[in-house]
Design a protein around this ligand. Sequence first.
Ligand code: ADP
Ligand code: MG
Length: 247
Amino acid sequence: MADVVLKTDNLCKSFGALKASSNVSLDLRAGEIHALIGPNGAGKSTLIKQIAGNFAPDSGTVELLGRDVTALDTVARARMGLGRTFQISALAMDYTVLQNAVLGALGGQGRVFRFFRNVMEDPALLEVACDALERVGLTDDAHRRTADLSHGQRRQLEVAVALTLKPKLFLMDEPMAGLGADGSHRLTGFLDGLREQAPILLVEHDMDAVFALADRISVLVYGQIIATGTAAEIRANAEVRRAYLGE
Ligand code: ADP
Ligand code: MG
């Protein structure tokens, strides 16, 4: 199908005796937010890592923009347009917001720290960085120290850093984690507008956000997808209610 930007086919991954992914097949289509939900330890982050290239699956394939990328590393997949935010922040807390965005625009290679000054004065990188900050609403905070931002602003900055690489699609692992109601609400609004530029595979525990945002939802339990459907279909699914929604 032409509008599929990401597809996994029967991914399997075990850690010793534990099957963290068991024949996981899903896809992400242009213009959509596809949420992946499931209890702690279900294998959501493990799946994201196989899609991003951090872990090789034991078997199965990952297709990105129509190409089998199962053998490619994280950098090659990122270059193809796979954007990402992490469950644990990868920001440099002692640097300013703008410096983090510029480092993002560089592709986050550690060795550039030796040329820090030159990098921070590169007009092309500054333009990309400022543009990304503007798109997430952090222009006025550009010169603040990252450690002094609120949790919500850090999440916005993480998205801005990812945006500097002009991703064609996004993987997001629990972007709402640690945000208060206000922060979640604002980030929800922001992600809502992002889907047209770049579809999102969204791992999220905040069910209000999931039901507000997701065009489709997949439910992962013990490494297996037990259901995929619209919010209404997932809410009405008896197995999902039992396994995950705690009814
Ligand atoms: P989720 O993100 O859904 O909470 P994870 O993908 O982090 O779940 O973990 C799925 C299961 O795999 C858990 O039981 C976890 O302990 C295990 N696991 C994850 N990563 C590793 C690893 N690197 N080594 C061994 N076990 C792991
Ligand atoms: Mg996780």
